[in-house]
Design a protein. Structure first.
Length: 164
């Protein structure tokens, strides 16, 4: 499956992506706002991908820059609930030189449209640590609205959502 916009395309994440994504996830400047805070091995990442790539409640995509065909990050729809037509979204750019250049915005818009049009979702939500201002602004730019603030694992968290 391929989702395409002006500057990026999204393809299904492959097991071979584990090596690069493990490097990113072990970089504190990349993972500081992610739920994965501990160091992981390529073997652990590969196992995670094998378990999650074909799960019916998840869609995992790799973000590829069209001009260079470079893999720069991942975006996920997970906790897909087909009964209530809702899902959670998460995104990260691992290649630091590609941060704050609009690639997350394009990826979020692509995956949100995919979720609404192809999966029949009516609500997509994101949980973001309050200090992650760039992510909050990015999701706001994509039309996500504040639902609530709450504490999660002793961290102030923002719940944003977009409704079809």
């Amino acid at each position: 499956m391929l989702l395409r916009s002006t500057n990026i395309y999204l393809r299904k994440t492959l097991i071979k992506d584990a090596k690069k994504s493990t490097k990113w996830l072990n970089d504190e400047s990349v993972n500081m706002y992610l739920s994965t805070k501990r160091k992981i091995t390529i073997k652990e990442r590969g196992k995670f991908l094998r378990e999650h790539l074909n799960a019916p409640s998840e869609r995992t995509f790799s973000i590829i820059v069209i001009d260079s065909n470079k893999y720069i990050g991942n975006i996920y729809l997970y906790n897909i609930n087909k009964t209530n037509h809702v899902a959670e979204i998460g995104v990260f750019i691992g290649e630091k030189s590609y941060l704050r250049k609009g690639f997350s915005t394009e990826a979020i818009n692509l995956v949100t449209d995919f979720g609404f049009q192809e999966l029949g979702l009516i609500r997509i939500y994101a949980k973001i640590i309050k200090e992650n201002i760039p992510s909050i602004l990015c999701f706001n730019k994509c039309g996500f609205q504040l639902e609530k603030n709450y504490l999660s694992s002793n961290q102030e968290t923002i719940l944003l959502s977009k409704v079809k």
